[in-house]
Structures are given as C-alpha cells and as structure tokens.
Design a protein around this ligand. Structure first.
Ligand code: ZN
Length: 279
C-alpha cells in the first residue's frame, strides 16, 4: 500500500548566501522564480524566509506579502508556509506576517542549541505564535529539534491550541542539536503515531549532506519530506545544487524508487487538513 509523498521545498532560509551557492534565491522575484521551478518538479509546500537586499535575514511582512502574491499567481494550489523561526527576527516580529494568512507557518515549540548560539523559543512566545496561527487560520508545522518538542506538540494539541491533525517535522543533523540517528528517527515516528494516531502525517528534514539520508528514511517509512537550499546547498560532495528544483527532483526520484507517488497540491491539502486552494 502506498500513499502520496508531500515534498516541501525550503527555498532560501536565513543562512545560505550567494557566496555559498549562487542559486540561493534572495530577492522576492528570485524566490518566486525558484519556487515555480520547484513546483513544476513536484514540490507542493514552499517554506520561506525573506531577506534584505544585502542577504541578511528580514521579517518584513511587506516582502512576505509580495512573495505570497507571486507564488499564488505562478504556482496554483501550492501550499505556502512562512517561517516564524528565530533567525529571522526577534520576539513577536517573528509572527508579524501571520495576518497575511499563509496556509501554514513553522512553529518551534522549545529551545535547543544551534551551531553557534542558543535557539531561543520561550514558552510565552510559543504560546503567542500558536494563538496568532489560530486567529489567522494558519496551520502550524511543528519543528521537532528534540524529542521533548513532540511532547510539546501533543500538549498544545490536547489543549486545542493547534488544529488537527498535528503536523510534526523531525529535524536532524543541526550541529549541537539532534544528530542523524536511525534509532532515534524510528522512535520519533513511533512516538508521533502513539500520540496522534497511526495515520497521522509527519515529515522529516536533514541538514547538509544528511538531507538525502532523511529524504530516504522518511519516504521509506511512509512520511513526507523536506528538501531545498535552506538546509543544503550541495548535490553531492563535488557539486553545488544547481537549483531548488534539482533537489526536489532528487526527492521525487527517491519516491519513485520506493513506489510512492508525489502528492499533488489537492492531495497534500487533504492530507494536512488545509483549506482548499484559495479562491
Ligand atoms: Zn526555515
């Protein structure tokens, strides 16, 4: 039995720059173009941060608004997910774009270490971001950098503060956070199924060279995947990824090898319990 696999493309992030890979889209028009290519290659969720012209991270709602407008125009039905992650702003500025009502937004529910800093997600801010998502009908994708974050998602769900079904993404391979460990991965999957039900959708992301490993594990285990230049700028040790679309095609190839179809926008929206394509 197979089920369609949702491919999320994380197009930009807040860290990689043109110097790391010239294909990283920085301006809104580059982001729209890169998203369209990735959409045509099979991605049905686009996860986005926005940048200033000097490539530094921004949380400017006006940029998010232009990005949303461009993606809606060029990628009909694609699920738009904005980042409320802590590298793009501080405090409530992280959620300043939520009134734009993207389909989804990432929600980090606990703190942990990142390569050179603490990734701070204090309880009052998490609570505020979750409330804003309810207020604006934005579905959270819970970022699980640690096992405790899955339990935090369960708590929010039990309190009726996140819409069903909860959608958890396991993130592995961030330096100083959870490494890429197959036993832990299996336990993550087992845990979301135990807490939220056998059929609950879930996703996984690996950083750097681990991106393909997590794509393979998640596709084989019946989950959904994330790829894109935010997490990894290389195709392999010797080659930079030429585009976000190239990374999406790689994930789609892994789906084919595992007898899984790539989800269409309509299928992905149904799996995630999202509103149908915006009228
Ligand atoms: Zn991100």
């Amino acid at each position: 039995m197979t089920k369609p696999c949702i491919i999320c493309v994380a197009i930009t992030g807040s860290l990689p720059k043109k110097a790391n890979n010239p294909a990283v889209p920085i301006t809104v028009s580059e982001q729209v173009e890169s998203t369209q290519e990735a959409f045509e290659a099979g991605a049905t969720i686009m996860h986005a941060h926005v940048r200033n012209d000097d490539e530094t991270p921004s949380s400017d709602p006006e940029k998010f608004a232009r990005l949303k407008e461009g993606v809606e125009k060029h990628c009909p039905g694609m699920i738009i997910q904005f980042s409320t992650g802590g590298r793009s702003g501080t405090g409530q500025a992280r959620g300043g774009m939520l009134p734009l009502r993207p389909d989804m937004a990432s929600l980090s529910v606990g703190s942990n270490n990142f390569p050179t800093r603490v990734y701070e997600n204090p309880p009052d801010l998490v609570s505020w971001l979750a409330s804003e998502m309810v207020e604006h009908d934005v579905k959270p994708e819970i970022e699980a950098f640690d096992l405790s974050h899955i339990f935090q998602a369960a708590k929010l769900h039990a309190e009726g503060r996140i819409a069903a079904p909860p959608y958890v993404q396991f993130v592995m391979g961030v330096q100083n956070a959870m490494p890429v460990d197959g036993v832990v991965f299996d336990f993550y999957v087992k845990t979301v199924r135990r807490l939220f039900g056998e059929d609950v959708p879930w996703c996984a992301a690996g950083i750097g060279r681990h991106q393909m490993t997590l794509n393979q594990w998640a596709i084989a285990a019946g989950g959904h995947v994330r790829t894109g230049l935010e997490d990894n700028v290389r195709l392999d040790r010797d080659r930079l990824a030429p585009s976000n679309a190239a990374l999406v095609r790689r994930a789609a190839d892994i789906c084919a090898a595992n007898n899984r179809s790539v989800a269409t926008p309509a299928e992905a929206r149904q799996v995630l319990g999202l509103r149908p394509v915006a009228a």
